[in-house]
Design a protein around this ligand. Structure first.
Ligand code: ADP
Ligand code: ADP
Length: 240
């Protein structure tokens, strides 16, 4: 379980959060909803361990991540995949783009190989990438150049990359805000697939309908705080 506990954070002297807490469990989808500029990206960056909170703690299975060694934190970091609002693909095949996360992970695995030979060896990077591309409906485009894809397809590849990495936690920052309904539906289906694989998903969205469709729990972010967090039905039956 990944948890943010009593987080205070901000930029320069501007506070964004004053005591925010939330969590995500394996196989759970948590949506963070709130208007633009309220701090959704900031919260995801904290959960992704990109930024250290000014106060409060980020915990992974009850380990305070900013208290452990750099090496240990790096290992936690590798359990977390992230998809941004805009896909950033490089000029290579779709397959290579989807494999990118795996390559990073494998170079880490290589370093551990001597000590933990049982952990590696079974990983078929290309197989996992193709599997992930199939999940987003792009298996047949694996050998095409990524630059030839539409915006919606590129975002689906970015999602496949995060999924191929086989993370325990997947963080999605407005992953469909630039997409049409069809591509959005593919991404939402892939969120369900991630959930079925017991991945914990946090999705930031300004689309309440999307939150209602995909989330088990919803956190409503407003004015420096999560004003409400609870099961999706509860949040939407009693809007405040
Ligand atoms: P959201 O994702 O909900 O749109 P953000 O997390 O991007 O919100 O932003 C929250 C607040 O923090 C906004 O007021 C924004 O202007 C500010 N902010 C975000 N990133 C930075 C930064 N790198 N430097 C200074 N202020 C920032
Ligand atoms: P855009 O991303 O610009 O909205 P389109 O939605 O028109 O582009 O789709 C571009 C390509 O993606 C087309 O080749 C289409 O066949 C394919 N495509 C769209 N949705 C799916 C899907 N659910 N499964 C597989 N392929 C899809």
């Amino acid at each position: 379980m990944l948890e943010a506990i009593a987080i205070h954070h901000g930029y320069e002297n501007e506070p964004v959060f004053e005591g925010v807490s939330m969590s995500v469990m394996p196989g759970e989808v948590v949506a963070i909803i709130g208007p633009s500029g309220v701090g959704k990206s900031t919260l995801l960056r904290l959960l992704a361990l990109f930024d250290e909170p000014n106060r409060g703690s980020i915990e992974y299975d009850s380990d305070a991540i900013w208290q452990v060694s750099e090496q240990q934190r790096l290992e936690y970091r590798r359990q977390i995949g992230m998809v941004f609002q805009e896909a950033s693909l490089f000029d290579a095949s779709v397959r290579r783009n989807a494999e990118y996360g795996l390559r990073v992970r494998q170079s880490w695995a290589d370093r551990l190989r001597h000590e933990l030979s049982s952990l590696v060896g079974h990983t078929n990077g290309t197989g996992d990438a193709i599997d992930a591309l199939e999940t987003v409906g792009l298996g047949e485009k694996a050998d095409q150049d990524a630059t030839s894809l539409s915006g919606g397809e590129a975002q689906r590849v970015a999602f496949a990359r995060a999924l191929a990495y086989d993370p325990e936690i997947l963080l999605l920052d407005e992953p469909t805000s630039d997409l049409d309904p069809r591509n959005t539906a593919v991404i939402e289906e892939a969120v369900f697939e991630a959930k079925n694989r017991d991945i914990g998903v946090v999705i930031a969205t300004h689309d309440m309908h999307q939150a209602e469709r995909v989330a088990d729990r919803v956190a409503v972010l407003l004015e420096n705080d999560i004003i409400e967090i609870g099961p999706t039905e509860q949040i939407f039956e009693n809007p405040t």
